[in-house]
Design a protein around this ligand. Structure first.
Ligand code: RIB
Ligand code: CA
Length: 315
């Protein structure tokens, strides 16, 4: 069977770590064909995430990628953002030029629906890197697309690691728990990159130097984004380095063998304010609830950074 690039839609709230994921995808045309990028409110409001997605495409030298603006608020709850992690623009660190490429005219949700209806069934993978508002809205508006999705590979949740926005909830799930509940119950083949994995994908001085030593503008900007992004985790966890959460999603598409996990049941807390947005992962199989997600637990960190650095070097 000839190796064909997987057709993907990246749904994103850039965010420095989202930027690494988008750069990795755009640097890997033999592995992934990016049909479009859909921005969602999350790390920063939609006007910033839809701007930032275009900045990243232009940085990659790919100004023809279709970028759409999507939902500007969660399904039910008030938007919670993370400027304290990503800075006011969401891409703080290096000063970046304003994007020249325009947003696509249509809404991101319509793009997701239209693409899944027009591409052959089972050939498009969704890669959500932020709150799941766009995805859940598409499912509500067009349930016929659900069985047409090849796979959803997302960054979100946590089990052994707990949470990063509350003691038990990870940001992407916490911001829109109702949307996450819709996605996790939809029956689409799901691969989840939780904090349990992404907190093992930490930058450090050596890895940042490897980005800088690429000697390219992308390498320099990547190192400066990682430098800025690690401040939060250093202050909060005392960790040296920044967890590169979102590129784990794209790395899985390119080299799934970098990751190991378990096919288990994962449900989302949407009732209790105390545990709102918690991914209740039945890692030990103590319930009879049906498995609905390949929930990752470990990563070959050196292999991940080798892949990421090599691919960034292509841009
Ligand atoms: O909790 C980490 C996740 O929330 C990452 O996707 C980060 O970009 C933010 O969206
Ligand atoms: Ca993100």
């Amino acid at each position: 069977m000839p190796h064909r690039p997987r057709k993907i839609i990246i749904d994103t709230d850039p965010g420095q770590d989202d930027a690494f994921a988008i750069l990795l995808a755009l640097a890997s045309p033999e592995d992934v064909e990016v049909l479009g990028i859909t921005a969602v409110a999350g790390n920063v409001p939609l006007k910033w995430t839809s701007r930032n997605a275009r900045i990243i495409c232009e940085l990659a030298g790919k100004p023809h990628v279709k970028v759409f603006a999507g939902c500007d608020a969660p399904l039910k709850r008030k938007l919670v953002t993370a400027e304290h992690v990503h800075g006011k623009t969401g891409l703080d660190g290096p000063v970046m030029p304003e994007p020249k490429m325009a947003l696509q005219a249509g809404h991101a949700v319509d793009f997701i629906i239209d693409t899944l209806r027009s591409e052959p069934a089972g050939t498009v993978t969704l890669c959500p890197l932020g709150p799941l508002t766009n995805i859940a809205t598409a499912f509500q508006r067009a349930p016929d697309i659900i069985p047409r999705i090849e796979q959803i590979v997302l960054m979100g949740g946590g089990y052994f690691e707990g949470g990063n926005i509350t003691p038990v909830a990870e940001f992407n799930i916490y911001v829109d728990p109702e949307a996450a509940d819709i996605v996790f119950r939809a029956g689409v083949p799901l691969v989840v990159m939780p904090l349990d994995v992404t907190h093992k994908a930490m930058t450090n001085r050596k890895r940042l130097e490897a980005f800088r030593n690429l000697g390219t503008n992308v390498g320099r900007v990547a190192a400066e984004w990682a430098d800025f992004f690690e401040r939060f985790d250093l202050a909060k966890y005392g960790m040296e380095g920044a967890p590169l959460h979102d590129p784990c999603v794209i790395a899985y598409l390119i080299k799934p063998e970098l990751f190991t996990g378990r096919h288990i049941n994962v449900e989302i807390e949407v009732q209790s304010e105390l545990t709102m947005g918690m991914t209740v992962a039945d890692w030990w199989g103590v319930t009879d609830r049906a498995a609905n997600a390949l929930f990752m637990g470990s990563i070959d960190t050196e292999g991940f950074f080798a892949l990421l650095t090599e691919r960034l070097g292509r841009l």
